[in-house]
Design a protein around this ligand. Structure first.
Ligand SMILES: Nc1nc2c(ncn2[C@@H]2O[C@H](COP(=O)(O)OP(=O)(O)O)[C@@H](O)[C@H]2O)c(=O)[nH]1
Ligand SMILES: [Mg+2]
Length: 625
């Protein structure tokens, strides 16, 4: 059972500020910010004093938490939030949103209620509508907020509002649960027992005819059927005696009606097992952090008098999330690099650390990034990591350079002293100098052989000492002019050979750098492909769910003799199928476009890099299509 492990008590998420405008409370936003895992968001709406907060407390597995309205006025203002570890979905947080009771006559602000209802719909993955008594026409009329959803929420950012906006709504809207409290009727129809779901569906039956009365009757039913693909109903008997119910928070399980308890448990388990993680347009699951951002984006658009738009929200959300995803991924990369790399080190080892750090960073980026459609942010991350890595390589060279120089100074110290004391300026001095130089060079190499800059530093040293060597040589009277000439040449060659070794060292580093680039590029591509596959699969699943719901709905309409509605449903089905087809066929070209894009971008900031994206892309495509 869930416990309040994340938060000991609910906090207010959205409320009216001093100007009467909705705002997101910072405290709640900060809590969401800290939740890096996907969230299952369950919100409850309905008239005030219908036991909503009580039901949410049960979902949290707590006796108390959301304040119950013991008096007639409702306690909850705006939207309250309680985040608890999900009781059976590991790695998920269950976010419970309790709304202010709708239709509280004292507050009398219809528009406020409408927005609270909209926000509950927009922010949740499961919407619980709570009402007392029975599902009759009155109960449905009270749910007029659903009929206003199309005016108050837009799915598409621009363009014509297509005929079938309901498919768009269905794809992104929460699933719907009707909780009927104090239910006293028998669940039967025509003498046969029915399930609570059948009870709901029968209440949602349309009235035949086109009269305005029939239209009015049908409107909320149509909206519910059209917007919410998954519908479920639970009926709860009265939980306790009237007297006991005044102190519900104090009642133990044994004081509660056993049938109520059973229903409450069934309800909770249905939610735990079936409520999906929250997704947004495009099928992406969102984390607590993103949920907080989403709440801010929606509230901001309501504050500024705009109709909240799901697609626009995703664009704003992407910007916020992706900027942070890049920043955090880079931070994770740097932390890993700085903690693991001890400069100077073997570039191959540094490269291995880089590979692991980069993989982690990209993984982190992918989980946090959001709708990074043209991989704009991923390319930015790729470039930034590459810069950091190059910097690190340079630092590694410099560190190695410094260590080699220090060894060199120490090793060659006696020779330097000898030179300045004029020790070698005597007959036979040159041979002495040369032997000493060769011996010390070996000693130096033995001490620095694991260093990347070993040869380079020695090469620079020999070059710098060329003149001194020549001077000692010329002043050595033991050698003939011819011998001297031969020695000068030999010295030159030695310097050239050492220079060559330095260059080889350099080339090895270049080779390593090139391998790193290829690996970096491949890592990005692999992860993008993986991500796109997951996304594609998710979209396909969502569409199939909507399609199934529409097919079911059409059958029911036909059975009930609503030919016109059924025909419209068929048109919606056809257009959805066409959409799905289009998505399937455009997938390969979208994929290769992405891979090309990443390849081209990589070529821009990975010097000497030749994008192989087309090749990788083609093999990927041929594997799947
Ligand atoms: N009749 C009835 N009252 C309930 C039920 N559950 C809780 N209550 C009581 O109704 C009052 C309002 O409950 P609350 O959860 O605050 O309602 P909310 O305003 O919808 O959030 C409290 O005194 C609860 O103890 C129920 O199933 N039926
Ligand atoms: Mg309440």
């Amino acid at each position: 059972m869930a416990c309040g492990g994340l938060m000991s008590a609910p906090v207010c998420l959205i409320e009216n500020d001093e100007n009467g405008k909705l705002c997101v409370r910072k405290q709640a936003k900060d809590i969401l910010d800290g939740i890096k895992e996907p969230v299952v968001v369950v919100s409850v709406v309905g008239l005030y004093r219908t036991g909503k907060s009580y039901l949410m407390n049960r979902l949290a597995g707590q006796q108390s938490g959301f304040a119950l309205g013991g008096t007639i006025e409702s306690k909850t203002k705006g939207i309250w939030m309680w985040c608890v570890p999900h009781p059976n979905k590991e790695g998920h947080t269950l976010v419970l949103l309790d709304t202010e009771g709708l239709g509280d006559v004292d507050k009398g602000d219809e528009k406020h209620d409408t927005w609270i209802f909209c926000l509950a719909v927009l922010l949740s993955s499961t919407l619980v509508y709570n009402s007392l008594g029975v599902i009759d026409n009155m109960a449905l009329e009270k749910l007029h907020y659903v009929t206003e959803l199309t005016e108050n929420i837009r799915v598409k950012a621009e363009g014509s509002r297509d005929e079938d906006e309901s498919a768009d709504f269905m794809r992104v809207f929460p699933s719907f649960v009707w909780a009927v409290r104090d239910f006293t009727l028998e669940l039967t129809m025509g003498g046969d027992p029915i399930t609570s779901d059948q009870y709901l569906e029968s209440a949602l039956k349309l009235k035949p005819g086109n009269s305005s009365q029939a239209e009015r009757f049908n409107l909320p039913r149509r909206c519910l059927r059209h917007f919410f693909a998954v519908r479920k109903c639970f009926v709860f008997p009265r939980p306790a005696s009237t007297q006991n119910m005044r102190k519900m928070e104090e009642l133990t399980e044994k004081d509660l009606d056993s049938e109520f308890l059973e229903q409450a448990n069934t309800f909770c388990h249905y939610i735990y097992d079936n409520a999906d993680p929250k997704i947004v347009c495009g099928g992406r699951t969102i984390t607590g952090t993103a949920l907080g951002n989403l709440a801010e984006v929606y509230v901001e658009s309501i504050r500024s008098g705009k109709v909240p738009c799901l697609e626009n929200a995703v664009v704003s959300l992407s910007k916020i999330q992706n900027d942070r995803a890049v920043e955090q991924a880079l931070e994770s990369y740097m932390t890993e690099m700085l903690s693991k790399a001890q400069l100077p080190m073997d570039p191959a080892d540094l490269s291995n650390i880089h590979t692991v750090a980069e993989k982690k960073a990209i993984e982190g980026f992918i989980t946090m990034s959001f709708n990074d459609n043209d991989q704009i942010y991923q390319k930015e991350l790729m470039r930034k990591i590459q810069n950091e890595y190059q910097d690190m390589c340079l630092q590694n060279h410099q560190a190695s350079h410094m260590q080699c120089e220090a060894v060199l100074l120490e090793v060659f110290d006696t020779l330097e002293k000898g030179i300045s004391d004029g020790l070698y300026l005597k007959p036979g001095g040159y041979r002495q100098y040369r032997d000493m130089l060769a011996q010390l060079a070996e000693e130096y190499k033995a001490k620095t052989k694991s260093q990347i800059m070993c040869e380079e530093v020695l090469s620079l040293h020999l070059k710098a000492k060329e003149e001194v060597g020549n001077m000692i040589l010329r002043s050595d009277e033991c050698l003939s002019a011819a011998e001297q000439e031969k020695e000068v040449q030999r010295l030159k060659n030695e310097i050239i050979e050492q220079r060559q070794r330095g260059l080889e060292e350099h080339n090895k580093l270049q080779e390593q750098a090139f391998k790193d680039m290829q690996r970096t590029h491949k890592e990005h591509i692999d992860q993008i492909i993986h991500q796109m596959e997951r996304e594609h699969e998710r979209i396909r699943r969502d569409n199939e769910q909507v399609l199934e719901a529409k097919l079911r709905e059409k059958e029911i309409l036909l059975q009930q003799g609503f030919q016109q509605d059924a025909a419209r449903m068929q048109r919606e089905i056809d257009s959805l199928k066409a959409d799905m087809n289009k998505q399937e066929t455009s997938q390969p070209s979208t994929m290769s476009k992405v891979l090309d894009g990443i390849g081209t971008a990589a070529a821009l900031f990975l010097p000497g890099f030749i994008p192989k994206a087309a090749g990788i892309g083609l093999s990927w495509l041929s594997k799947r299509f």
